[in-house]
Design a binder for this molecule. Structure first.
Ligand code: TMP
Ligand code: ASP
Length: 236
């Protein structure tokens, strides 16, 4: 697969054109940001881990009937994916209180919910990704009502599959963020990444944080946490 011109550079990945207009190559960086890019740093080896982990998760999800953008891993950091128009909604599923939920509602982290929650943020860096509801997303024509329903159904399905998978690794899936895209025929597919950057993952026994919160909160042991998740996923 030919890697042609760079189409886009985001905070954690670059996207390149290929000879096939329906396919692009994503290239994962070690760059890490938090608080809408206010905090910047590097997490050594993160790009490799996030690439391999995302591809692993996408393949498990495909087997469970969730369509994804995944096509083929090219190298440690590079993967061929379907070219999509990203739906500008960050889809957040929560199983346990943490992060902005705990802060917004003034509750401690670690409350186990009876049922998972879903919320959307409008993916817009200039506005700081504000929380948005279905009606406002429709008003702004970010997606159709049918697309929003499909996204919700898929996001809860992803949660069921991932919760069970992480449980088998002795990891609690606290919450996570998904992004969906549309391929040329309008089909909604899961896109972006699934990694310790985009999930809160706690060790089941010690409740130790094994995700990007260690970077966001200056807790130290960031690389160790990413490596530990990688170790469990690869079954070592
Ligand atoms: P939050 O509690 O800060 O709203 O985060 C919820 C989940 O979404 C958490 O697993 C981290 C993830 N997330 C991202 O992937 N990107 C982001 O920009 C933010 C704010 C959160
Ligand atoms: N990706 C986000 C940013 O840089 C932050 C985060 O993951 O908390 O804004």
């Amino acid at each position: 697969m030919e890697k042609n011109e760079q189409l886009y550079e985001g905070k954690a990945k670059k996207v390149f054109a290929t000879s096939d207009p329906a396919l692009v190559i994503v290239d994962y960086k070690d760059d890490a940001t938090a608080f809408n890019g206010l905090k910047k740093g590097q997490i050594a080896g993160k790009g490799v881990i996030n690439n391999i982990m995302s591809n692993h998760m996408f393949q498990i999800l495909e087997q469970q009937g969730v369509p994804t953008h995944f096509v083929e891993q090219l190298s440690e950091r590079e993967t061929v994916v379907k070219k999509v128009d990203i739906v500008p909604l960050e889809v957040i599923i929560r199983n346990i209180s943490a992060g902005s939920f705990a802060k917004r509602y003034g509750v401690e982290e670690g409350i186990v919910f009876d049922a998972p929650t879903i919320e959307f943020s409008y993916k817009n860096d200039d506005l700081g990704d504000p929380l948005i509801n279905d009606y406002h997303a429709l008003a702004l024509k970010l997606a159709t009502a049918e697309e929003i329903e499909r996204i919700k159904t898929l996001a809860f399905k992803v949660n069921e599959v991932m919760k069970q998978y992480f449980d088998s690794l002795n990891v609690i899936l606290v919450d996570f963020k998904l992004e969906f895209g549309k391929i040329a025929d309008g089909t909604i597919v899961l896109a972006d990444e699934i990694s310790p950057d985009t999930c809160r993952l706690w060790d089941k026994n010690t409740k130790e944080k094994l995700d990007k919160d260690r970077f966001r909160r200056d807790m130290g042991g960031v690389e160790d946490a990413y490596n530990e998740i990688m170790r469990r996923i690869s079954g070592k």
